[in-house]
Ligand binder design. Sequence first.
Ligand code: GDP
Length: 720
Amino acid sequence: MVDKIVERVMKTSEKPEFIRNIAIAAHIDHGKTTFSDNLLAGAGMMSKELAGKQCVLDFHEDEKERGITIDTAAVSMVHIVEGKDYLINLLDTPGHIDFSGDVTRAMRAVDGVIVLCDAVESVMPQTETVLRQALKENVKPILFINKVDRLIKELQLKPEQMQERFVKIINHVNILINEIADNEFKNKWNVNVMDGSVCFGSAFHNWAMSVNYMKKKGISFKDIIDAYEKGDHKPLADKAPLHEVVLDAVIHHLPNPVQAQAYRIKKIWHGDLESEDGKSLLSCNSKGPLFFVITKIVVDPQAGELSCGRIFSGTITKGMNVYLNREKKNLRIQQVFIYNGAKREIVERALSGNIVGVAGVKAMPGETITIEPTESFEKITHIFEPVVTKAIEATKASDLPKLIEVLRRVSKEDPTIQIEINEETGEHLMHGMGELHLEVIENRIKTEKGVEVKTSPPIVVYREAITKESSEVEGKSPNKHNKFYFKVEPLSKEFMEAMRKKELPEMRIKKKDKALWEKLQELGMDGKTARKVRDIYKGNMLIDMSRGIVHIGEVIEMIMDMFEDVMSAGPLAREPCINVKVMLMDVKLHEDAIHRGPAQAYPAIREGIRGAMMLANPVIYEPLQTLQFEAPVEYMGEISKLIANKRGQLLDMQQEGEHITVKGKLPVGEMFGMTSDLRSATCGRGNHFLVDQSFEKLPNELQEKIIKQIRQRKGLKIEE
Ligand code: GDP
């Protein structure tokens, strides 16, 4: 039996039309682990008795408790529809941290996502964040409403009330889809009860339904309620096993890799779509040039570091020599494997459209592996940027190499953490989503990795922005022979919003990129200017407005280097910039190439951009987070007080029965210690989740104080 499954997995992996690559998007505790285990057990990849008890996908705990390692980069299932085998690759481990970034990377590798939503709690902040992350990558959603047993047993809803609740959840999900998805998928990708793209059930009790399935099997809402009233839900699992219903929906409603790549590639790869690479990527051609994108690194005690990801084009074979486009390195693929359940199966080769792992490649997630150097896939970014920093040092100097190794590992594991390693000073910086996030990471470094560390108190990362248009500013090179002229102005509202939502790729624009030009025009830029955009970096934009400069090709890379440099460290306090549009107006260069090299050009460009920003009324922006608080209704007053005390703004308050949901927007700078404040204000019964993040102008009265503080901390002169 087992052998037969292996054969079926291998055979199906050669037929991309019969593959579905999927992930699950859910808020914490909505049942993702239970649901995933159930799917696997049902598909015969794990024993039914263990499903729900054993967490195949729960890597850290599982590994410890049972002393074995399950490689969790992906699990696969074979499912039969109309007599044909389909291979379903399910990605991503369920995260137990609010900030888990695994999902972010998984979305690059998959084409479809099951949005899993607790019927009682409905759509929650993380449901929305993960759905956003999926739609940003053009990944198509279907909906599963979980924990329906609780609606019957605990809330004792009647069939009509149950349906009403479903409709509410479905509408909410569709509103989000229509708000976030690209124009071409608005409405088209709405989930719908009638066509079976919505299923509901109980992962805990192994059953699921869709309207189609109920019709086909003659099951009514009343039958479901009756089963629970009789105290026996088993027949439901027999009549409508969860994996049957859900995997049917996956196969019918989520695209195969060939269908998906036809529209996904233009969103995530910015090379020339008419080139050989482009055509092969668009058609998922296994005979074309190799494109393999790494989305997860797993460390196996025996096999070492394994890189897992998606083949978008070509075929990967054992022994192949490949090129890592970000690291700019050549390497050899030592081993290729595909997934059979949670097990790795070594294969000689794997074709485009598959999720595979390889050994012998040390890389960072997000790496694009090809044969020859070429255009990489877009960088994988989390929608929320890190806004809190802590310095970290090894307590014992002899631990320094170990700490560096551990920090590198952490940044591979969690894309929401950014690490800056300074091997000379030994002071390293960890940038994360919040105080708690960094605390979790720090504890993991100490306990799991066994390195004793000291950390600084958390520091907020601010932004520098400008408030008006500057005049033209000249930057002159030390030898006075090269001159660069810049103007800056704030980006328009539309652009700021698009940058904030990460709708624009962050990159240097080298080739004609029609999809990008269209997007820029959609946001209100004229077609001519759109073609002059050279670089989009951390929410800022560089446009080359110069004309007829003979040597522009030679200096444009240097201009981009320094544009990025200034945008990473602005003129006020060397904090990153945001919403700045930098326009290169004119360039005057020395005739002799040796007098216009980087040593001359860099300072001139930097001075030009910084100078222009200083004339544009620069200000400090601070990060704010919108949080959703959940608590029993009696704590309403305490929560509003907490928000007000932290310079926060109360956005919304909803009561449902004995429970309240409060939304508030708070400056990150005031949020330190909030988890314990909330705990004491609500006797431990309140929770909060991150909904959104933005940067807004720091109140005027705080501007000077904060600038001084930052400059002092960084050892900069207080006045420049
Ligand atoms: P995750 O955080 O999304 O991975 O959620 P888990 O799978 O760990 O589930 C969270 C809790 O909800 C656990 O206590 C599960 O037993 C429970 N749970 C999951 N699915 C169901 C369900 O369908 N019905 C009920 N009543 N509980 C469920």
